[in-house]
Design a protein around this ligand. Structure first.
Ligand SMILES: Cc1ncc(COP(=O)(O)O)c(C=O)c1O
Length: 411
């Protein structure tokens, strides 16, 4: 039996307690469980962005490139994130958005061995992931093909000798099921296949160990659990063994070996930085940097403890408090198979999600009947989880969710 006192005891031992205070409290008193959509705002993000606007834009303008570290920022942010995703310091870069980075890195990986034209991905991957693969195959005009697997057990058979790249989401955005990254990388390596992981629903929530598990490539977004703000730049990772093997898919001037030489022909920068394309979003980078400065102080093992602890408490509470009202946990119960969020079903899920909003709990709904509680270990406490489940119980017990005003479900 879990009670509020137990949650408070866990919070007292939380190694990330002080980190929570580095995020701003929203104006409304809500329990925010949607870190899988847009994460919390670092407390100093607004003042930092304002400073860049005033001192960088109003005052310095072009001179800002020299006066501040605008050119280096995409790279410095990568260094700050690297330990959270198990990457070497020089192997991560922030740039563009997730979709663009997926296309760039999928294309880069695919071209490394044209005798293996097939890209294997999941039929139910996040739509942009699948579209990017389809788009690349079309662009390659028949030189590339996409093979989709429906279920994890089909992976082995799908990795035949014609496969060049295995392209998966580490965590499924609906079910929160996580792949065994180490085992998949090992299987792929044994078959001569490169791996590209979309870590959007993992980085900043669960431990990710790209280098330790032998991943070849990875991409992830900045605005979810990494708390970089709406429209934050995304990140990409290239294992050092692949960094200097080919030109990037978009050979842009910011990825040139000598950016301000304005050379007439392209020569790629060494390493992962060649995947920079053009001018970065300086304002968005500043907000992202505010979050990265927090991540620099987070130990991966503390993140791992906290996410696991929050997840286990949440799952136990959902069953204990709400099981009798029709709540069923749909995400994996074995923690090693779970991703960033916990999902549960209820026949009235859409309306329940709306009613929860009115009760000060922000979550998200996915058709047909699943509610997702995103667990951001840097921003929420065990007590928050207790409060959220108590409010859920209230919504279900009183059946207030059946009221007509909750029938219209927002996205
Ligand atoms: C797994 C995954 N990949 C990619 C994206 C979208 O990427 P972006 O809109 O940043 O290009 C999302 C968005 O939620 C996602 O969940």
């Amino acid at each position: 039996m879990i009670d509020l006192a137990h949650c408070r005891t866990l919070d007292a031992r939380d190694p990330l307690r002080a980190v929570r205070d580095r995020f701003a409290r929203p104006a409304e008193d809500t329990v925010y469980l949607d870190g899988n959509s847009i994460g919390a705002m670092p407390a100093d993000a607004a003042s930092r962005v304002e400073r860049v606007m005033l001192e960088g834009w109003r005052d310095a303008r072009r001179r800002g490139w020299n006066r501040f570290d605008w050119l280096e920022k995409p790279w410095r942010m990568g260094e700050g994130l690297a330990h959270i995703v198990g990457a070497g310091k020089g192997d991560v870069l922030f740039c563009d958005n997730t979709t663009i980075n997926l296309y760039k890195i999928l294309g880069y990986a695919w071209q490394l061995d044209r005798t293996r034209p097939v890209i294997v991905t999941e039929a139910h991957n996040f739509p942009t992931d699948t579209y990017v693969a389809e788009g690349l195959a079309r662009f390659a005009g028949g030189a590339a093909a996409v093979r989709r697997i429906d279920r994890p057990h089909e992976l082995d058979a799908a990795l035949s000798g014609d496969v060049g790249v295995l392209y998966l989401s580490y965590v499924d955005y609906r079910t929160s099921r996580r792949w065994n990254m180490a085992a998949v990388n090992e299987l792929a390596r044994a078959r001569g296949v490169l791996t590209l992981w979309d870590c959007s629903h993992a980085a900043g929530a669960i431990p990710v160990d790209l280098e330790g598990t032998g991943a070849d490539f990875a991409v992830g977004c900045g605005y979810k659990y990494l708390c970089g703000g709406p429209g934050a730049p995304a990140w990409l990772y290239v294992h050092p063994r692949h960094q200097d093997r080919a030109w990037p898919v978009i050979a842009g001037w910011m990825g040139h070996a000598d950016v301000f030489a304005f050379a007439p022909t392209y020569e790629p920068l060494r390493g992962v930085r060649r995947h920079q394309t053009g001018t970065p979003g300086i304002l968005a980078n500043e907000a992202m940097s505010a979050a990265i400065d927090i991540w620099r102080d987070v130990r991966r093992e503390d993140l791992a403890w906290k996410h696991r602890s929050l997840s286990e408490v949440l799952i136990a509470l959902l069953e204990q408090e709400c099981g009798k009202f029709g709540v069923r946990v749909t995400s994996p119960l074995d923690y090693d198979e779970q991703g960033g969020h916990v999902g549960f079903s209820h026949p009235g899920a859409g309306s329940v999600c709306e009613a929860l909003l009115e009760h000060g709990v922000v979550s998200s709904f996915r058709k047909p009947d699943v509610i997702r509680f995103g667990i951001s270990p840097v921003a929420i406490s065990h007590e928050d989880v207790w409060v959220a489940v108590s409010r859920l119980r209230q919504v279900l017990e009183t059946e207030i969710w059946r009221e007509p005003r909750f029938a219209k479900v927002s996205v």
